[in-house]
Design a protein around this ligand. Structure first.
Ligand SMILES: [Zn+2]
Length: 129
């Protein structure tokens, strides 16, 4: 019995040697390139979703945050929790520890939950020296 081989790229029936996998070099090259591309992007599937969340966090912080033109100590108190305004606190771009306060930043806006109630929000100055 004869087994019929098909091109691993385009699926066309192959003739000739039984160990042949592709109809031609174009199919081989295209297949190998796609294979490398898949290997390169494997494991990065969740990136767009994380970028989307960080961007959303940033937009919310910007909306609630201090005016960036108030250069120094432009941080202020907010009631409630950070989650109430829609922040997903699992995702941020950098972190800044100041005494017992841990600030999380999405780019140039940061927030820090307070022990008893509320949280602080600031613009840039705590993140960068
Ligand atoms: Zn082919």
């Amino acid at each position: 019995m004869e087994t019929v081989n098909h091109c691993a790229h385009c699926g066309k029936q192959l003739y000739g040697r039984s160990d042949k996998r592709f109809c031609n070099d174009t199919c081989r090259n295209t297949f190998n390139r796609a294979q490398r591309q898949r290997a390169h992007t494997a494991g990065y599937d969740s990136f767009p979703e994380i970028f989307r969340i960080i961007r959303k966090n940033y937009e919310i912080l910007k909306k609630h945050g201090p005016d960036p033109s108030l250069k120094y100590e432009s941080s202020f108190f907010q009631h409630g929790t950070i989650e109430e305004i829609g922040i997903d606190s699992r995702f941020f771009t950098s972190i800044w520890q100041e005494n017992d306060m841990l600030w999380r930043f999405c780019f140039d806006y940061g927030w820090c939950p307070l022990e008893n109630e509320g949280w602080m929000i600031c613009y840039r100055h705590k993140q960068l020296p």
